[in-house]
Design a protein around this ligand. Sequence first.
Ligand code: ADP
Ligand code: MG
Length: 454
Amino acid sequence: MTQEKWGEIRQRLLKTVGQNNYKTWIEPIAPGNVEGGIATLHVPTNFFGNYVSQNFSDLILHEINAEGIVASRLNFALDPKGAVAAEPVAAKATQKAVAKEQPARQEVTTTAPLDPRFSFDNFVVGKPNELAHAAARRVAEGGPVTFNPLFLYGGVGLGKTHLMHAIAQELKQRKPEMNVLYLSAEQFMYRFVQALRDRKMMDFKELFRSVDVLMVDDVQFIAGKDSTQEEFFHTFNALVDQHKQIIISADRAPTDIKDLEERVQSRLQCGLVVDLHPTDYELRLGILQSKLEVQQKTYPGLVVADGVLEFLAHRITANVRVLEGALTRLFAFASLVGREIDMDLTQDCLVDVLRSNERKITVEEIQRKVSEHFNIRLSDMIGPKRLRSYARPRQIAMYLCKQLTTRSLPEIGRRFGGRDHTTVMHGVRRIEELKQSDGQIAEDLELLGRALKN
Ligand code: ADP
Ligand code: MG
């Protein structure tokens, strides 16, 4: 794609995404080639590429097509110039570490730019994330290290990176003299490999051992990568020994990360492990309300009809990023077509998002809900005990698994402590009968079914 064409496309994007988004997310993009229906765009960092891809790819593609370029997909590639520009940061930090001339003001070293929008102010706190938030706030004070590491984990898009950036930025403000290093586990590996290749392991070690706060995002990435794990382990230990704060995030708990050495797992657990739970309706609504204010600054005058936010909070449950993307898209489309954001527009504009967010109920969810409903322990419900007070809820859970998931009987059996499929079948039949004859059971099923589909 020529610079000229891209210039045209950019101008149009400016109108649809608004000045702020444009400056931050569109301007730094450089056009690449178009091949086999794929248009390549060069971006300065992976983080940047991901963000643009999640939030603006539809619009960009739309404008590219409108410019007469045939492409059905975008590919975000790292700008080779951008990658080179990242080098001096590492080099500078290393020199500092080696020279250690003056402990005066050291810059916060980051490989990925910290996103200013990922601040504590912009983080909406609700029940599912209050603990993680409180722990993040605590380490962001930069006081004496009380738990090391802080290990934050949770599913995709629940705010781990947001909290990490918030901590780094808060520390930067409160303690400008501290050397804070934030990077993804992938970047850690990349630097490690590069140091090996360039025979600069000493520099690498110096750099990582000279930080005051080390933050590594998405640590599950190094699972199965043996020498990176090994190096990470040593870095980790060296910093803990010096009472330097370490903050780690992952998409699951330390013990659930497969192919992570046991000694690394146990090291990761020795501080404070907190998880971000899946969002609930109230939190999603709160997040939407706060993002709405941001959007309205970009698109003054656009009106959102009553019920739209509630609808989104109800229907898009999986991931805050998707929720946020939906809102961005709604505003962009509404401003394009000059309409109010009402239910009709929402349905039109978000068909695909809404479809892919149709709730998929899992066996685990059913087991949890049923055990809560009957006030028994999950382990008792899945375990071998045959007492009626466990066996009946177990059968109810099996029945619901058969009804509400696509799992086969043997699969369900396996998840109920390795039971045989005939046991599951028997349980399902029993509940089918009882549903007709026992009013209490019918009511339990009704309640549970509703709670699960919500
Ligand atoms: P993760 O790293 O856990 O995959 P991110 O931190 O990248 O998730 O969050 C995804 C998006 O959702 C980001 O834009 C982030 O700002 C937003 N987000 C997540 N949780 C919250 C929250 N509690 N309040 C405000 N924004 C949130
Ligand atoms: Mg993340």
